[in-house]
Design a protein around this ligand. Structure first.
Ligand SMILES: [Zn+2]
Length: 144
């Protein structure tokens, strides 16, 4: 009877690179970065503007050179905005519906503009907070 040769290799232990590369720009705590982003300021230093236009993030901060344009928030800000607005609007609709006897058309004429105004008003601060959180977590894309 043949015996199967046993090949026992030494286990390879993965060694992570524990020396984190320190970025050239300041990295504040998440709460500080998010508050700066909500106010439309650079989440890293808080000295310059985060946005160029309504929702376009500047390529980099002129003060601290943080690569803000490489922070890809993608669909997170609209998701969070819809989440917030839906809770406010649906809660308001239910309360108004219980308190009054308004028609569906009247309810729609109230809540559609309220929804649009809330979305337009919240999208920018929510995106700023998201970019701030991503900066403090180091979620910066490598591609230019
Ligand atoms: Zn900055």
């Amino acid at each position: 009877m043949d015996t199967v040769p046993q090949i026992i290799a030494e286990p390879v232990v993965w060694q992570p690179d524990r020396v984190a590369k320190k970025p050239k720009w300041p990295v504040p705590a998440a709460g500080v970065a998010m508050w700066r982003g909500i106010r439309g300021l650079c989440p890293a230093c808080g000295k310059s503007k985060l946005f160029h236009g309504y929702l376009r993030v500047v390529d980099s901060c002129p003060e601290c050179e943080a690569p803000l344009g490489r922070i890809r928030a993608d669909d997170a800000p609209p998701y969070f905005t819809i989440f917030i607005v839906a809770h406010v609007v649906v809660g308001g609709m239910v309360m108004l519906n219980r308190a009054t006897d308004l028609s569906d058309l009247t309810q729609a004429l109230i809540w559609l503009p309220v929804s649009a105004a809330l979305v337009l008003g919240l999208m920018r601060p929510v995106k700023g907070a998201t970019v701030g959180l991503m900066l403090s977590l180091g979620l910066i894309s490598n591609d230019a």
